[in-house]
Ligand binder design. Structure first.
Ligand code: HMG
Ligand code: MG
Length: 298
């Protein structure tokens, strides 16, 4: 019993590019956003307002946001880990912000330099300020099935973070398999933990594809009725604080899956593939999307 329509949140410009060693020119990032929106994506995670010492690739956050020619109906989001990030992001007028926590203490420390409890304390004023400004707040729960430092993560820990995020007013949670280790039943258990505190339409799946499980995990999520997924064009990316983790599930592969199931996405697969080729050529890389490679070879 799948949803008839799925919303894809394109995270390539943020999650995809944040891990690239080579500095990607601002104009290339902007062009990528333009191609993604032209391909029909209606939610785009553009950049993050984090410390440029931690993630140099995102240092041009404000410049990217300023240069994007916005399309009506498209929602542009940015990551904001703390009040400083929110204050910097505000001038860019994002439609949504993302606070990002973790279900594992060790990952929280490595990624945002504080404990889970401290992260919730830091997020609370960000959430309040954003909501007062009419900006929607999403929360990401990293390491929802496994952690590069702690190993397996129990669903109860996801539930605890979801509960705390709900308590401070976070409106949506993304269940993130940061290192792509999860298999379908594990991912369902993590999603069900989040669903104890959020309705179906406010829970999304964010799956990295390290072990090749991400498309299976999208299908397993659809079986629960989950209808929002973070995906990355051409499978770009990884997390700088999760060594060895590959990119998110490729948007092209998820679109191919969904269209094959008769589920609407609003995305034009050919235009999406072109957007993926554009950014991979700019990076001097080949696509990480199986569907893009197969369709190109035809
Ligand atoms: P900190 O060092 O604990 O922060 O970093 P601090 O408040 O002590 O400040 C230290 C310095 O950073 C100061 O500058 C601040 O001004 C500056 P200095 O006085 O040394 O010159 N600073 C900032 N600068 C710009 N923007 C800010 C900001 N905050 C402080 N917002 C902090 C804490 C969170 C900032 C840091 O740990 C950080 O930036 N981490 C980045 C983490 C990150 O971007 N990770 C990747 C994204 S998350 C992800 O990929 C996972 C996800 O995809 C889901 C999944 O797959 O799991 C979402
Ligand atoms: Mg991620």
């Amino acid at each position: 019993h799948h949803p008839s329509r799925v919303t894809l949140v394109e995270v390539g410009p943020r999650d995809g590019l944040q891990n690239e060693k080579q500095t990607v020119p601002t104009a290339t990032k902007v062009e990528l956003v333009h191609r993604l929106q032209a391909a029909g994506l209606r939610e785009i995670e553009v950049t993050s307002f984090v410390s440029p010492k931690w993630v140099p690739q995102m240092a041009d956050n404000a410049a990217v946001m300023a240069a994007v020619q916005r399309r009506p109906g498209v929602r542009y989001s940015v990551l904001t880990p703390n009040l400083k990030g929110w204050e910097a992001a505000q001038a860019s007028q994002p439609d949504e912000i993302v606070v990002f926590g973790a279900a594992s203490e060790a990952f929280s420390q490595k990624n945002i330099n504080c404990s889970i409890a401290e992260s919730i304390e830091r997020f609370a004023p960000v959430v309040a300020a954003a909501r007062a400004a009419g900006v929607k707040v999403r929360g990401a729960i990293s390491c929802a099935v496994g952690c590069p430092y702690e190993g397996a993560v129990a669903p109860a820990r996801v539930e605890e973070v979801a509960r705390r995020m709900a308590a401070i007013g976070v409106q949506h949670v993304g269940v993130a398999d940061t290192i792509g280790v999860g298999t379908p039943r594990q991912v369902q258990a993590a999603l069900e933990a989040a669903l104890r505190h959020y309705p179906l339409h406010e829970v999304s799946g964010h799956f990295h594809d390290t072990y090749g499980m991400a498309v299976a995990n999208v299908l397993a999520s659809l079986e629960l009725g989950i209808a929002t997924f973070d995906t990355s064009v051409s499978g770009l990316g990884g997390c700088p604080y999760a060594r060895g983790a590959t990119g998110n599930v490729a948007t092209e592969d998820v679109v191919y899956l969904l269209h094959g199931l008769g589920i609407e996405t609003g995305v034009d697969l050919d235009a999406l593939i072109d957007a993926g080729l554009f950014i991979r050529e700019a990076l001097g890389q080949t696509s990480g999307s199986r569907a893009a490679r197969a369709l190109q070879a035809r």
